[in-house]
Unconditional design. Structure first.
Length: 108
């Protein structure tokens, strides 16, 4: 058997992969802090759905605004704001759709 190879250093990883790993780590820590500090205890499914919604919204806004803003900080701010607001907007949209479905008469 050959000896195990040495683990890759942070400098040898591609920049894109390193950014993804750091982003996931920062997001996971933020999610954990938000959950632990919340006075309301929610189910893991609820928390994971909201976290995935926020992450997806941030990713899509970040990709959509790439090259649009001249300031990198403004692009990060736009992606962060979208990620922060996305779970509440999605919940409101789902509640509205459910209310419309209940109000609409059934066709029999």
């Amino acid at each position: 058997m050959s000896p195990l190879s040495t683990p890759p250093s942070a400098d040898s990883l591609p920049v894109g992969l390193r950014d993804i790993v750091f982003g996931i780590t920062i997001g996971a820590v933020a999610w954990l802090v938000r959950y632990l500090c919340s006075p309301d205890k929610y189910s893991m499914g609820y928390i994971l759905r909201r976290t995935a919604t926020a992450g997806l919204a941030s990713l899509l806004v970040g990709l959509a605004t790439k090259g649009y803003f001249s300031s990198e900080g403004m692009a990060f701010a736009a992606a962060g704001c979208a990620g922060y607001a996305a779970p509440e907007l999605w919940d409101a949209l789902l509640a509205r759709a459910r209310a419309l479905r209940v109000k609409s008469p059934s066709k029999e």
